[in-house]
Ligand binder design. Structure first.
Ligand code: T3D
Length: 265
């Protein structure tokens, strides 16, 4: 159900969550965190939802933490930024990265601060050509958070991660794609349609297998090859026992298009 700060819309098996504080460039407040978490948890638990799309209303994707709310919460005293991460941002990143369905981030405009890093926590990041990514933290004396210090070096390498974190300059979407920070940069006039098409494609994919692939890829960064081979064996056993694997093989042999359900059993 939509709230004031996050709009929720379902179409077929796609759930679209839109950050909706356009006059503040969709900066995060406690209210927006609360609604986003509820929307993501509902989508995670809804068997009818097979893909989540996260986007922003207006000209920005998200400008990170609402700094006006930070100041009014802290009332001029030293800020407990770590407390806000513990309570809101870290659970949000965990929710997105462990959700057993693909999460597509549709970066419609600037993604700054935690807004950029929440986008990077998603499985597939599409950005409009006019969008950009800004590790804004150094501009205000903070450290990249919301998983940024983990994702950035893995996605673009340590040298570029340091440049992004320390110089806090906007990285245009086209360069973000060229650097491997995101999956795809799309011309603005084709952006909405392309994101809708990929969401539709994922919604009819074997989404249980995609969830297992997501789990395996996430585990790879801390596993040895030996551990990863064991994990692949275990996950392939689960995937292979699913109705979608049977359907995929039957459809291939019968030379027809497969009809996947995303069901585990
Ligand atoms: O403490 C903790 O909670 C720890 C967690 C931290 C996580 C973080 O995300 S820290 C980083 C916070 N974000 C930023 O530092 C980015 C701040 N915003 C900007 O630097 C710029 O707005 C942008 C570069 C993103 C866009 O610039 P521009 O020129 O296109 O737009 P603008 O004019 O700056 O913004 C439009 C309005 O949105 C403006 O309000 P106004 O003048 O029209 O009344 C601006 O103040 C407001 N706005 C933008 N970002 C935020 C914001 N208001 C509150 N918080 C924001 N983050």
């Amino acid at each position: 159900m939509s709230g004031e700060t996050v709009l929720i819309a379902s179409s077929g098996s796609v759930t679209r969550l839109t950050l909706n504080r356009p006059d503040r460039l969709n900066a995060f407040t406690v209210a927006m965190h609360t609604e986003l978490r509820a929307g993501l948890e509902a989508a995670a638990g809804d068997p009818g939802c097979r893909v989540v799309v996260l986007t922003g209303a207006g000209r920005a994707f998200c400008a990170g933490q609402d700094l006006a709310e930070t100041r009014s919460e802290d009332g001029g005293s030293a800020s407990d930024n770590g407390g806000r991460l513990e309570q809101w941002y870290n659970p949000l990143v965990r929710l997105i990265t462990t959700m057993e369905k693909p999460v597509v981030c549709s970066v419609n405009g600037i993604a700054a601060g935690a807004g950029a890093n929440i986008a990077l926590a998603c499985d597939l990041v599409y950005a409009a050509r006019s969008a950009s990514f800004l590790q804004a933290f150094a501009r205000i004396g903070l450290v990249p958070d919301a998983g940024g210090t983990w994702n950035l070096p893995r996605l673009v390498g340590p040298a570029r991660a340091r440049g992004l974190a320390m110089l806090a300059e906007p990285l245009p979407a086209e360069k973000a794609e060229a650097w491997g920070l995101i999956w795809k940069c799309v011309d603005d006039d084709k952006f909405e349609a392309e994101v809708a098409a990929v969401a539709g494609k994922l919604a009819s994919a074997p989404t249980y297998a995609l969830a297992l692939a997501k789990q395996a890829l996430a585990a790879s960064s801390s596993n040895t090859l030996a551990q990863q081979l064991d994990l692949e064996r275990d996950l392939q056993r689960l995937a292979g026992a699913s109705p979608d694997a049977r359907e995929g093989i039957n459809a291939f042999l019968e030379k027809r298009a497969p009809k996947y359900t995303g069901r585990k059993a």
